[in-house]
Write a protein of this length. Structure first.
Length: 129
């Protein structure tokens, strides 16, 4: 099998193994945190502790996802030790980094909005840059 096929197989394995992690963040917003608090209250549990546990679990998931992205990079460089990565492989790796950063941002925004309400509105005037 040509190296490109091995790379694609490695990418497909990575995407299968990280699908659950990506799904955790697909609809994440402050409402998810509020639901955790509401469920805890309904069960007679501490809502603050429930939200804290959820946020800590999601932070752990981000760390796990980051490790798996690093492993994907290692797989790519192991398969092509003396050659540059094809553009498609660089693009796919970069997209995984972008998805991780978006998930980190979603978690940060959910926490801010849950605890402090929405972020201030931006000035609507156009900017020259």
């Amino acid at each position: 099998m040509p190296p490109g096929g091995d790379l694609r197989d490695g990418l497909e394995r990575h995407l299968r193994h990280t699908a659950e992690l990506r799904d955790l963040f697909s609809d994440l917003d402050e409402d998810v945190l509020a639901e955790a608090a509401t469920e805890a209250r309904g069960d007679g549990a501490d809502p603050v502790a429930a939200v804290d546990l959820l946020v800590r679990t999601l932070r752990h998931a981000l760390t796990e996802w980051d490790v798996r992205i690093a492993e994907l990079g290692q797989t790519f460089t192991t398969l092509l030790p003396d050659r540059p990565l094809p553009d498609w492989a660089k693009s796919e790796g970069s997209m995984e980094d972008v998805r991780l950063r978006q998930a980190e941002h979603a978690l940060a925004q959910a926490v801010i909005r849950y605890h402090h309400g929405g972020v201030p509105r931006r000035d609507p005037r156009p900017r020259p840059w």
